[in-house]
Write a new protein. Structure first.
Length: 202
């Protein structure tokens, strides 16, 4: 998993509440277990009409937001089903951080497991960042200091220390397990002596 430390750039404004996971990645794109190629389906029904024609005025189709790595949105972002494809699609598009007043719990947890930093801030602070995003002002996300900056505004956000540690070090669940590889190997070595039949299966 890619490490997350600081991020500065133009943020895409998506001023909608209750953006659910079906809006983020519709069901027809859930046939794969690969994490790549899902950017095609990100916000598909907002990006394309029923004939598959691009909706030009959707924010992610307009420069400079076509390359946005930060998304600013409304309350309850990521609600709906628990599909992990939602953070996969955001990450495949290039979005590394989502800022909103609140998130659905499962989506919030899935973000950390995929290298995305979800930031919860009071609505009045998100409104300031939303306006900055609309005005194409740079927004900076500083994970070590837990701050978001836009112009003269500096907002601090709270974050669980363990999740912060994992993002800073690029550790998902597999990465955390592999940090114990020496202990695992030692155990397997001892266990193979006491229960050799478990290690000699055909």
């Amino acid at each position: 998993m890619q490490k997350f430390e600081t991020l500065t750039g133009i943020a895409a404004p998506l001023p909608l509440n209750n953006v659910d996971t079906d809006m983020i990645i519709p069901k027809q794109f859930l046939k794969t277990i690969k994490r790549t190629g899902l950017s095609e389906g990100l916000f598909y029904e907002m990006r394309y009409d029923e004939k598959g024609v691009k909706i030009e005025d959707f924010v992610l189709h307009q420069a400079p937001w076509t390359g946005a790595e930060i998304l600013v949105s409304g309350n309850n972002f990521g609600c709906g089903s628990s599909r992990e494809h939602a953070p996969w699609a955001l990450l495949d598009f290039g979005i590394r951080s989502v800022i909103a007043p609140s998130f659905a719990d499962i989506f919030y947890n899935n973000c950390f497991k995929n290298g995305i930093l979800p930031i919860r801030l009071p609505k009045e602070q998100v409104d300031v960042l939303m306006e900055a995003a609309k005005q194409q002002q740079e927004i900076s996300v500083d994970l070590p200091n837990q701050q978001v900056k836009a112009g003269n505004h500096v907002f601090s956000f709270e974050l669980d220390e363990f999740r912060k540690y994992c993002l800073l070090n690029g550790l998902d669940d597999i990465g955390l397990t592999l940090k114990k590889a020496e202990n695992i190997n030692d155990f397997e070595g001892r266990d193979s002596q006491s229960r050799p039949w478990l290690f000699n299966a055909a």
